[in-house]
Ligand binder design. Structure first.
Ligand code: FES
Length: 559
């Protein structure tokens, strides 16, 4: 494994100051590794390969030779100004470093809401609890619903006696330090020494921290937790169970398991009653996971005649089209643009992210998350910006940013500038420069929207349907809940259908797990869903490339 090898100084020990906070260096480690040991997690979307530039920090004092700082994610100018990649720069005694972004908190959290879930026949019944789990009083018996996201973990605590949702919590998935997408995680599991064990320990430890928070909030002991139901994409589910996801990373992308055997919390090291059941929702294929199945189950989309399209937008965009008669599913590698990664000034939807932008009379009105100065652009902000740029005529439908002199009458010509690698559209000042949308950012967004639109087209073709046949579009996950519908439709990320039929579901995967905790037959239903699904493998489909190229162009339903 060659990650994070550049710039190490052998045997380095001493002290480093990060934003004025003193941190001990332990042996050979990078700045990112030192801060992580001290609980400050620097986001590393490319897994420390030095290519994304998202982990850049400003070196105020100390540091190694100039040449060791050169990496694809940093320009020479930036190196000269003192910027360094935290993932590639050795922590050295006496170094003083400024963080340029809020440490990674996992992005905007989409928890489970509140209320009571319908209780039908939970797998753990009260009478059984007293006998089998040693709970001898009449008090609560608990279940945990867990959404294992690539970026974020979210958990809820439920009272299995009555279905009441007691509380929820979430945190960043600590595996993000090894890369922002599932391919990076698979690489880490396969190539790093003890990679799989590390990935499993990280997700189990983070889940335990969440469980302890939940139990403390509810003032209840973790030994009352008798059932944990979890769902994630197929790679996350394998890492959680400590099964190598290696086959998922190559054609035919077959997962080692589709339905995992039930294990005990004790065997997995989870903080719950040691005999508690731990179940995973079945996956469908290597890149169509239990999270989609859980969302399908929660949405009830297979219970009626209405045709529903469920979209879970992420790095790997998962989609399901169906009703009670049929179900077709696919995943399209949309890339991380809509999560703010691989975008020059992109960031997760956390404090400081520009989440919405309105174009009005030559001005840009930016909404920023939290009480922070703008630090970058998250996915929903990027969608608004690109749709706005198309509307005001500074971006062509082919995705080319105009030169200022080519749009002399435009109220937004002043936002256009030349930049390294093409033109950019400047949005807001930052650090003596500008937060901007670059030509490359537009291309990345086109790749994402092209993959999503092509996935939908192929699902419809397979089902012999047209876009207008879709009765409901169900949006799972954070992006679906926060993006501006009109702008997403304008870019072709969502189909142009009546707005009242487009419904954000929230954390559909987690909500499906909560529902499964309270329904005894949930696993049979999830298994039925997984078995009923016809899976389209787009990565090996010859038709995909052809349609994908056509779908790269921005449609023009702009008003
Ligand atoms: Fe450091 Fe990507 S460049 S994590």
């Amino acid at each position: 494994m060659t990650h994070r090898q550049i710039g190490r100084s052998s045997g380095a020990r001493g002290t480093i100051w990060i934003d004025g906070r003193e941190m001990e260096i332990s042996g050979d480690e990078t700045i990112a590794q030192t801060t992580m040991r001290h609980g400050v997690r620097i986001d590393q979307p490319c897994g420390g390969r030095g290519t994304c530039g998202k982990c850049r920090v400003l070196l105020r004092d100390g540091g190694g030779p100039f040449e060791t700082a050169i990496a694809p994610g940093l320009s020479m100018d930036e190196v000269a100004q003192g910027y360094r990649l935290a993932c590639r720069t050795a922590a050295a005694d006496g170094m003083r470093v400024a963080l340029l972004r809020e440490p990674d908190g996992g992005g905007r959290i989409l928890e489970f809401g509140s209320g009571t879930f319908e209780r039908i026949a939970p797998a753990v019944r009260e009478s059984m609890a007293r006998e089998a789990f040693g709970i001898s009083d009449e008090g609560e018996i608990l279940g945990v619903a867990l959404d294992i996201g690539t970026t974020t973990l979210a958990a809820s605590l439920l009272d299995l006696r009555n279905g009441a949702l007691l509380c929820s919590a979430s945190c960043a998935n600590p595996q993000s330090a090894h890369g922002g997408d599932v391919i990076s995680r698979i690489s880490y599991a396969v190539e790093a020494s003890s990679g799989l064990e590390i990935l499993q320990r990280e997700v189990v430890d983070a889940t335990n921290a969440l469980i302890e928070r939940l139990a403390a909030k509810a003032c209840l002991g973790t030994d009352r937790i008798l059932h944990v139901v979890a769902a994630g994409n197929t790679t996350m589910e394998h890492c959680f169970r400590g099964v190598s996801p290696e086959p998922i990373g190559r054609a035919p992308f077959a997962p080692p398991f589709r339905r995992a055997d039930r294990v005990s919390a004790g065997a997995l090291g989870l903080k719950a009653n040691p005999l508690a059941f731990v179940d995973l929702i079945s996956n469908i294929a290597g890149h169509v996971g239990g999270d989609l199945v859980s969302g399908i189950y929660y949405s009830k989309m297979l219970e009626g005649d209405e045709i529903s399209l469920l979209i879970d937008t992420g790095t790997n965009n998962e989609m399901a089209l169906g009703n009670r008669h049929f179900l077709v599913v696919c995943s399209a590698a949309a890339g991380p643009a809509l999560e703010g990664a691989c975008i020059r000034d992109g960031m997760r939807a956390t404090c400081g992210a520009i989440e919405h932008v309105a174009f009005e009379d030559g001005l840009l009105h930016c909404s920023v998350i939290g009480d922070c100065a703008p630090g970058g652009i998250c996915g929903s902000g990027l969608v608004d910006l690109i749709a706005g740029m198309l509307r005001v005529g500074v971006l062509s439908s082919t995705g080319r940013i105009a030169a200022a002199e080519a749009v002399p009458g435009s109220l937004y010509a002043g936002h256009l500038a030349k930049a390294e690698g093409g033109r950019e559209f400047r949005v807001a000042p930052r650090d003596g420069g500008f937060i901007a949308v670059t030509q490359k950012d537009v291309r990345e967004t086109q790749l994402a929207k092209g993959a999503i639109a092509t996935g939908l087209e192929m699902l419809l073709d397979r089902a012999g349907l047209r876009t207008t046949s879709i009765d409901r579009v169900l949006l799972a996950g954070a992006f679906g809940s926060y993006m501006d519908l009109e702008n997403a439709i304008a870019l072709g990320i969502l189909p142009d259908l009546p707005r009242e039929g487009i419904i954000p579901l929230g954390n559909a995967a987690g909500l499906g797990c909560a529902k499964a905790l309270l329904h005894g037959d949930a696993f049979d239903i999830a298994e039925e869903i997984a078995a009923k699904a016809e899976h389209l493998e787009l990565a090996t489909s010859p038709a995909f490339q052809e349609k994908f190229l056509k779908n790269l162009e921005f449609k023009t339903c702009l008003s």
